[in-house]
Design a protein around this ligand. Structure first.
Ligand code: UDX
Length: 483
């Protein structure tokens, strides 16, 4: 079986690299000539651990190649994966422009039976539109309109762990509809994923619409867990409780489980924000109300501003003259992806309030710079107050506060002595709950996590730089109990 992947973006490249590594002959097609040329020369346009090596190995062995020639690529593949982007349209619904133009292109070049597999995250009903677009072109060419099948095989890849997710899937969702090609399509998909089903079947078979909705439901459920925990964390702060104890307390219930219960400064990325919005729009279009998903989005938008609000509560709304250090810019560690990253909202807001911001991210610095330029178009004065540091300690020089926005490993065990020495005010607002509040208290660093008994946070004297006032707003007895 030969594979053609249409769209050499994140999902397409990971899928292509992994399938070629499983021994299939893969052609990756993209209309972006520059991107294809770079890929042919061994450059990988995205940062994903292990991807470059996987592509290099399989390219050298002749199992994967890259082209802009649609006619040849479609001719080559028995299975055609559609893996192009579905960016949000203005109303939040998914823009199907790329998917449907690929469908028409397939219809223009198709000569014999092809299994068209939708990998892009698309609203329910898209497979029907893809079918129609292909059939329309075939009819136009005077060809029989049933020489193909369209099925759904959504991806569940996490950025930063995508290769591992693909190679060790917990489940493979495949939606195939009734019709003359059903048995053949199922057989082809079974052969494609045979190596993952050897010991027990990981494939969950269903109809196409259910498969399309499964992807949205999974992402909305995960996003809802995060927003729920963020609300619990904010309440914990108000009550003097610790969300990390609560996380462990509820995670032990195996109906709940431990994952995706980490409170923080909000979720970002290319999937959760886009997919929750698209789901709300799909529901609206069908007269349904997705209150839980809408609330998930609202809570997340608020949560992204939490650290700024806390800073303002201490320093006042005018941050002119304040130097703020930021550690972590990417929406999560092990990626340079800045899409919907909380850091964008936070930094823009700090700049608008007059602060100077110096930020460090081990990988995403340049991407962050581009993202901020987009966010601050026509406001060059804001950008002038932003700079990238060469390492985490340089970001701290003379800073009044440190905001931690991404939990990169390098930030887990910092030199607290150095932090105290470098900052004008040793004050950490930890949006990813990396540190033990008690330990920070003992270091003499004012510290606020998200839902981490912030009553323990030392008051900070902004009149006397570098001198946190070693008193706490909690009564002595509770403090002793905590210690
Ligand atoms: C997600 C899904 O996990 C994946 O299955 C789907 O295919 C695409 O969307 P991804 O966007 O790569 O993957 O990131 P993920 O690791 O899921 O994290 C998403 C966001 O949630 C990040 O901003 C992360 O910081 C945040 N998050 C995650 C939390 O705030 N708390 C958690 O407990 C987990």
């Amino acid at each position: 079986m030969r594979i053609t992947i249409i769209g050499s973006g994140y999902v397409g490249l990971v899928t292509g690299a992994c399938l070629s590594d499983l021994g299939f002959k893969v052609v990756c097609l993209d209309k972006d000539e520059q991107k294809i040329r770079a890929l042919q020369e061994g450059e990988v346009p995205i940062y994903e651990p292990g991807l470059k090596e996987l592509l290099a190995r399989n390219r050298a062995d002749g199992r994967i190649r890259f082209t802009t020639d649609a006619c040849e690529a479609i001719e080559q593949g028995d299975v055609l994966f559609i893996a192009v982007g579905t960016p949000p349209a203005e109303d939040g619904s998914a823009d199907l422009g790329h998917v449907l133009s690929v469908a028409s292109m397939i219809g223009r070049h198709l000569k014999s039976f092809k299994l068209v597999v939708n990998k892009s995250t698309v609203p329910v009903g898209t497979a029907d539109k893809v079918r129609m677009a292909i059939a329309h072109e075939l009819a136009h060419r005077g060809m029989p309109t049933h020489v193909f099948d369209v099925i759904s095989n959504p991806e569940f890849l996490k950025e930063g762990a995508a290769i591992d997710d693909f190679m060790r899937p917990d489940r493979i969702v495949v939606g195939v509809d009734e019709g003359i090609h059903k048995a053949k399509s199922q057989r082809m998909m079974s052969d494609l994923y045979a190596s993952f089903n050897r010991h027990h079947s990981r494939t969950v078979w269903m109809d196409v619409r259910s498969a399309e909705l499964t992807k949205y439901a999974a992402n909305a459920m995960l996003a809802a867990r995060i927003s729920f925990m963020n609300e619990i964390a904010n309440l914990a702060d108000a009550l003097g409780a610790d969300v990390d104890h609560i996380r462990r307390g509820i995670g032990a219930d195996n109906r709940i489980g431990y994952s995706f219960l980490y409170a923080g400064c909000g979720y970002g990325g290319s999937c959760f924000p886009k997919d929750t919005q698209a789901l709300v729009q799909t529901a609206k279009a069908h007269g349904q109300d997705m209150s839980v998903v809408s609330a998930t989005e609202q809570v997340n938008a608020r949560q992204k501003m939490l650290l700024v609000e806390r800073l303002i509560a201490r320093m006042g709304p005018d941050l002119t003259g304040r130097k703020i250090a930021v550690w972590g810019l990417a929406f999560k560690p092990n990626t340079d992806d800045m899409r919907e990253a909380p850091s964008r909202v936070v930094i823009r807001s700090l700049l608008e309030r007059g602060a100077r911001v110096r930020a460090y991210d081990p990988v995403a610095g340049q991407e962050a710079m581009k993202a901020l330029q987009d966010d601050c178009v026509g406001q060059d004065h804001l950008l002038k107050a932003f700079e990238l540091a060469v390492n985490e300690m340089q970001a701290l020089d003379g800073a009044d506060a440190l905001l931690i926005l991404t939990e990169w490993k390098n930030f887990h065990n910092p030199d607290f002595e150095g932090i105290k020495a470098l900052m004008r005010h040793p004050y950490i607002l930890d949006g990813r709950n990396l540190y033990n509040p008690q330990a920070l208290f003992e270091w003499g660093i004012a510290y606020q996590g998200v839902g981490r008994r912030n009553a323990l946070c030392q008051s900070l004297s902004f009149d006397r730089p570098n001198e946190p006032v070693l008193s706490v707003s909690m009564d002595e007895e509770s403090l002793m109990a905590h210690a």
